[in-house]
Structures are given as structure tokens and as C-alpha cells.
Design a protein around this ligand. Structure first.
Ligand code: SDX
Length: 376
């Protein structure tokens, strides 16, 4: 047997590859996408521009951006059998499970799926960025018994998503706020779901398999599912006065408080800095400031009592909720954005690949004598 090896549980701090996509400095709360600081991208860019940046590792010129937008618009519609499948799901199916199923099923209608060339995989990447939003919106409509709204060619990716779920074109301010939310969630290094996508891609399995692996991984409450958990907690707390009593009891019960802590950030998540402003602004615009006020108090108390910082999921919850987005769509929205980063990482993995296969420390019994079933 190999002598006992140091085990790095959860691969904490383990570096396994070079990447040109995201840089995170967890000590100071800094995030960069291919050279550009997240604060600049939040201020100046659009989700479509960030998709170009992640796929090409540079910002687009106007003509290139126009071409990308047309490519996404032209790929928004999904084949009718996908919508039929979504309609056949029990309406209690979690939207992340509906997206996982729909995204996987899309492979059947993609002529490029088994080609495994850089050009074919890039075409798939654009299709998935365009169609994740359509699958999520279509399921949300059919589970309510409402007609599915076909994508509109005249709206941005962000505005079109809000239109497809609500049936109403969003106002400019709401559309821009949601567009920046998509920018903020687009990529984040080798997080668990991106790592899942890369592990699957590293076997040279197809693009859809890698994307489906990522969706299943993001769903978990320790990862992308936390934003829904934050809103559930805020609803459970119910009022500003109950924040501290609720938190004291939750910590006494050793509960994980969703939206706090991070494997890499040991400072405030820069995305939370932006989302905090959105939560306050959306609360003021809609007259539902209570969720922001409660979040602010919970953030202060969590730092005081546990020394933990808010992460990206904390303020995205109250931002989406005051936008009128149902809680169980929060994680699918995370996926609607993160498919851009997942796709960029899948392409990067294919371009410079080695099978990802760590080792384990075997601690079971060894060389036991065989015993026939009658003698056991
Ligand atoms: C995302 O990796 C990424 O980049 C992810 C992401 C992305 O963009 O892809 O940023 C998105 O997933 C953000 C994280 C969303 N998850 C949550 O908000 C769930 C709540 N957070 C925790 O479960 C936790 O902070 C993790 C899972 C995020 C990180 O966990 P680690 O690094 O494994 O840390 P740990 O579990 O070892 O915790 C260290 C200590 C523990 O205390 P002790 O047991 O040592 O006394 O901190 C405590 C934990 O109990 N702790 C918490 C806590 N987070 C950590 N205690 C209460 N509530 C929490 N949220």
C-alpha cells in the first residue's frame, strides 16, 4: 500500500491548469475577465460583449459585436420537441432540473454535436448561450399553463429573457440592471460547476455532456443554489426585527447561512459590491426596500458574529426578487449567464487537454480470503 498521503479535501487551493479566462484575488476581493476588472465590465459592458471577451480573450470591435448579437438572436429559438418535453414535465419539476433535461435534449437537434472540431464546438457554444435563456423561460411559461412566448429579435439578451418570462418588455433601467447581473455571473475560474464541465470535456466527451454536467453541479445549495436559499431565509426571517434572533438561532443550530462565505474570497466578493447597490435601488424603485434592509442587517451581523463576507448569491436574491422574478428561477438565471463561462472553459480545455484524474487514499480492507455465499 502507498504510504499515507496528505489529502487535500475539496481540492482546496490546488492549481491544476493555466487559464486566460478569469483571475480572482480572494484576499482583496478582485475579479478580472481576460484582463478587464469586473467593476469596469459592470459599468461599461453588456452580456453580449462579455460573451465575445470570454470566447476571444479581447473586447469586440463594433462590427464583431453586431455579428455576435445576430448570431445569438438567430439561435434563440429551440426545436418544438424541446418545448413539448418541457410541457410534459410535472409542473413541480425544479426549473434547474428542467434546464438540465432541456439542455441535454438539445444535443439531438444539433448537427455539430459529435464533430468535435474547434469550429463546430464554437457554433455549439453560441447556440447554448442563446438557448439556455429560451429553455428556462419556456419552462416557466408552460408550468403556469401560459403560452410560450417566442424570442424577440429586437431585444438584447437580457431584455428578451425578461420579456419571455413575463410577457412584458422590461423598462430600460430594469433591463440594464439584469444585463449587468448576467455580466457579473458570467465566469469565475475553476468553481465547482466549471470544474465539472472541464472534467467531462477532458474525457473528450461532447460539448452538451460537459454543459449538462455543469448544470447539475450548479444546482447544489453550496454553489449556485445558494441564491434561492438566501431568499427562502429572508422570507423565513420575515422582518427587520427578527433578523438577529433568527440568525442567533440558526448559528446555534449550526446552519449554513446561504449567501455567505466562499472558498476563494476572504474579503467581500466584488460582485456583491455591485449587487448590493442593485438590491437597494430595486427596493427603492419598487417600494419593497424591506428585503434590502434585512439583507444589510444580516450582512453586518454575519461579519460581526462569524467574520464571514457576503458572496455573489447574497444580494442577487433580493435584486431578482424585487424585480418580480420567482425564487426558483434564481439559479437558472445564474446558469443563463454562466453558460458563457462554462463554454469558454470547455473550449479552453479541448484546446489544451489532459484527462483530469486525481488519486485517492485507499483506506478499505486488503487481500481478504474469498468466502462462498453459503458460508457467509
Ligand atoms: C458560489 O467557487 C466559486 O467561485 C463559486 C461562485 C461562482 O461564481 O461560481 O462564487 C458561486 O457558489 C458562491 C458560494 C455560494 N454558497 C453559499 O453561499 C452557501 C453557504 N456557504 C458555505 O457553505 C461555504 O462558505 C462555501 C461552501 C461557499 C465554502 O465553503 P468552504 O470553503 O468549504 O469552507 P468551510 O465549509 O470549510 O467553512 C469554513 C468555516 C466552517 O466553520 P468551522 O466548521 O471550521 O467552525 O466557516 C464556516 C464553516 O462552518 N462557514 C459558515 C458558512 N460558510 C462557512 N458558517 C455558516 N454559514 C456559512 N455560510
Amino acid at each position: 500500500m502507498t504510504e499515507s498521503q496528505a489529502i487535500n479535501q475539496g481540492l482546496d487551493g490546488v492549481v491544476i491548469a493555466n487559464s486566460e479566462l478569469s483571475f480572482i484575488d480572494g484576499q482583496i476581493g478582485k475579479l478580472v475577465y481576460s484582463g478587464y476588472n469586473i467593476f469596469d465590465l459592470a459599468e461599461h459592458s453588456t452580456f453580449e460583449e462579455v460573451v465575445f471577451l470570454l470566447f476571444n480573450k479581447r473586447l469586440p470591435r463594433q462590427a464583431e459585436l453586431d455579428t455576435l448579437k445576430a448570431q445569438l438572436v438567430g439561435n434563440r429559438a429551440v426545436p418544438a420537441p424541446i418545448v413539448d418535453m418541457l410541457r410534459s414535465l410535472p409542473s413541480t419539476t425544479h426549473p434547474m432540473a428542467a434546464l438540465r433535461t432541456g439542455a441535454s435534449m438539445l444535443a439531438g437537434w444539433d448537427p455539430d454535436v459529435e464533430a468535435m472540431t474547434p469550429e463546430a464546438n464554437l457554433r455549439i457554444a453560441y447556440r447554448l448561450v442563446a438557448q439556455f435563456a429560451t429553455v428556462v423561460a419556456a419552462y416557466h411559461r408552460v408550468r403556469q399553463g401560459l403560452p410560450v412566448l417566442p424570442p424577440r429579435d429586437d431585444l438584447s439578451h437580457a431584455a428578451n429573457f425578461l420579456y419571455m418570462i413575463n410577457g412584458v418588455e422590461p423598462d430600460e433601467a430594469t433591463a440594464r440592471t439584469f444585463d449587468v447581473c448576467l455580466v457579473l455571473h458570467a465566469d469565475h475560474g475553476f468553481n465547482a460547476s466549471t470544474f465539472s464541465a472541464r472534467v467531462t470535456a477532458a474525457t473528450l466527451s461532447d460539448f452538451y455532456s460537459a454543459a449538462t454536467s455543469a448544470i447539475g453541479t450548479l444546482k447544489g445549495p453550496l454553489h449556485g443554489g445558494a441564491n434561492e436559499g438566501v431568499m427562502e431565509a429572508l422570507e423565513e426571517i420575515g422582518s427587520l426585527e427578527n433578523v438577529e434572533p433568527w440568525l442567533d438561532q440558526a448559528l446555534a443550530d449550526k446552519r449554513r447561512i446561504m449567501g455567505f462565505g466562499h472558498r476563494v474570497y476572504k474579503a467581500l466578493d466584488p460582485r456583491a459590491v455591485v449587487l448590493k447597490k442593485f438590491s437597494q435601488r430595486m427596493g427603492e424603485i419598487t417600494g419593497k426596500r424591506k428585503w434590502f434592509d434585512m439583507s444589510l442587517k444580516l450582512q453586518d451581523l454575519m461579519f460581526q458574529k462569524k467574520g464571514l463576507y457576503a458572496n455573489v448569491d447574497f444580494y442577487s436574491a433580493s435584486t431578482y426578487y424585487t424585480m418580480g422574478i420567482p425564487m426558483d428561477l434564481f439559479t437558472p438565471i445564474f446558469a443563463v449567464s454562466r453558460i458563457a463561462g462554462w463554454s469558454a472553459h470547455i473550449l479552453e480545455q479541448y484546446a489544451s487537454n489532459r484527462l483530469i484524474r486525481p488519486r485517492e487514499q485507499y483506506v478499505g480492507p486488503m487481500d481478504l480470503p474469498w468466502v462462498d455465499i453459503g458460508a457467509r
